[in-house]
Design a protein around this ligand. Structure first.
Ligand code: NDP
Ligand SMILES: N[C@@H](CC=O)C(=O)O
Length: 439
């Protein structure tokens, strides 16, 4: 096997894997801004190959056809590539290609959150062994610099909590439902047309994409390994127009949140990561994140509260983050150094969802009879869930109790809901939504 070693005087050779929504913009910027990038890096970047699935596909790029190949493995294994950019997506092929690239001496830039969240450890270990970079700013929140701030700028602080809107597609849909009353499918179609959604939008609307990002954020924030399997995940497909209205009545909006927390437990520090729809007050900075925009709110011990905001999806914004990484790793290649690797000094316990603590908004259809409030209240009390406010809406067969709790453990709330469902005065628990961000 031959491995690439850069020598002064020659360009840095770049291979691009994937030329879809993101790859097209990366190729465009690499060629359009070649001179500026060369000045920033201190050496020209030469795009030597682009791996795609279909050679015949029409592409909005003015590049020689000889650059394109369907042999991605052949491209990364040439042995003379300095930087490989992986924007193919998916798990197995992307992992094989990244490992081969590192093995052949290239540094790697990837936007592949699904792979990093599933098996980042294998990639980081390979990069460490190869003494090459693995950079992935685009994998979380598109154009927003959040990986580098957590990985480097805040590495001397103790991050306590990361609260993020990290999926543009779902924010676009929830925002449309809230502000224009648009239907779910109509908003999803538009998000797909604009290039925000994943190839299979299930990853977006069922929360898998946000869960991958939550795993990456938690790993970076708390310097421990967190995989997608550790993240509690709920998507937005169950969010109804009634939930959006209830939130509005409470002065809140519904957002799909990724929440990563560090907690002190009796056994020492532990972490948790979860993704679910939640109500947040309109006064919270995350409530004003509209459309496909993302934002990540970080609470840390010394720095206090920080918010990172910007476009979280789409070709050009994501390509901006990719190119930033390309410049960094290319500079490192020139200087024959490599940047920060994985920072996991200890494996902290990852708490299960039942131990997460938050507040809840619970809507209960009840029979409007004497004693109903007392019965419902005692179900909450039985599991130690304290009620903050209760409101009755409607009457007779349309009666509904809307309860907001104080902070409680998720397991206690689940037990309360099961108990409520067993009461003869309760016709149904129609909605349970977590309430985050101060209220
Ligand atoms: N879209 C976005 O807003 C964002 C995407 N990402 C991540 O970036 C990555 C790419 O996403 P996106 O650009 O949207 O995806 P696309 O589906 O638009 O593009 C995928 C590209 O990979 C190529 N490809 C697929 N399979 C192969 C294969 N077997 N061999 C060679 N090439 C192959 C496709 O080729 P062909 O063109 O011939 O079909 C296509 O060019 C994913 O990991 C995604 O999660 C991250 C942040 C934002
Ligand atoms: N599908 C994702 C793209 C970026 O990661 C999103 O909608 O945020």
């Amino acid at each position: 096997m031959s491995t690439s070693s850069w020598t002064p005087g020659r360009p840095l050779r770049v291979a691009l894997l994937g030329c879809g929504v993101v790859g097209t913009e990366v190729a465009r910027l690499l060629t359009r801004d070649a001179d500026e990038l060369a000045q920033r890096v201190g050496a020209p970047l030469e795009l030597v190959g682009i791996a795609v699935r279909r050679l015949g596909r029409e592409r909005d790029l003015d590049l020689p056809s000889e650059l394109f190949t369907t042999d991605a493995m052949g491209l990364v294994s040439r042995g003379d590539i300095d930087v490989v950019i992986e924007v193919i997506g998916g798990i197995d092929l992307a992992r094989e290609l990244i490992l081969a690239a590192l093995d052949h001496g290239a540094s790697v830039v990837t936007a592949n959150k699904a792979l990093l969240a599933e098996d980042g450890a294998t990639l980081f270990e390979a990069a460490h062994k190869a003494e090459r970079d693995l950079y992935f700013e685009a994998a979380v929140a598109g154009a927003i610099p959040i990986v580098r701030p957590l990985r480097e700028s805040l590495a001397g602080d103790r991050v306590q909590r990361v609260l993020g809107i990290v999926n543009g597609t779902t924010n676009f849909i929830l925002d449309a439902m809230t502000t224009t009353g648009q239907g779910f499918s109509e908003a999803l179609d538009e998000a797909q047309r604009l290039g925000y959604a994943e190839a299979d939008p299930t990853a977006d609307i069922e929360g898998f994409d946000a869960a991958s990002k939550a795993a990456i954020l938690a790993g970076l924030a708390f310097h421990t390994r967190v995989t997608i399997g550790d993240v509690h995940r709920e998507g937005i497909t169950e969010v109804t127009a009634a939930d959006v209205r209830s939130a509005d009545e409470m002065g809140c909006v519904v957002k799909l949140l990724a929440i990563c927390e560090r907690r002190e437990t009796a056994d020492g520090p532990a972490v948790s990561a979860r993704v679910h729809p939640a109500m947040i007050p309109v006064t919270h900075p995350l409530a004003s994140v509209h459309g496909a925009y993302n934002a990540v709110f970080v609470e840390s011990e010394s720095a206090g509260e920080l918010m990172f905001y910007g476009p979280g999806a789409g070709g050009a914004p994501t390509a901006s983050a990719v190119l930033g990484d390309v410049v960094s790793v290319a500079r490192n290649r020139r200087s024959d150094v490599f940047g920060p690797g994985e920072s996991t000094h200890a494996q902290l316990e990852v708490l299960e969802m039942g131990r997460a603590r938050t507040r809840y908004h619970v809507s209960i259809d009840v029979d409007d009879r004497a004693g109903v409030l007392a019965s419902v209240a005692s179900a909450f009390a039985e599991f130690g869930v304290s009620i903050k406010t209760v409101r009755q809406e409607g009457s007779g067969s349309d009666a509904q109790l809307v309860i907001v709790t104080h902070e409680a453990e998720d397991a206690s709330l689940s037990a309360t809901v099961a108990s409520l469902r067993g009461l003869d005065m309760v016709r149904d628990v129609t909605s349970v939504m977590r309430v985050e961000g101060g209220f």
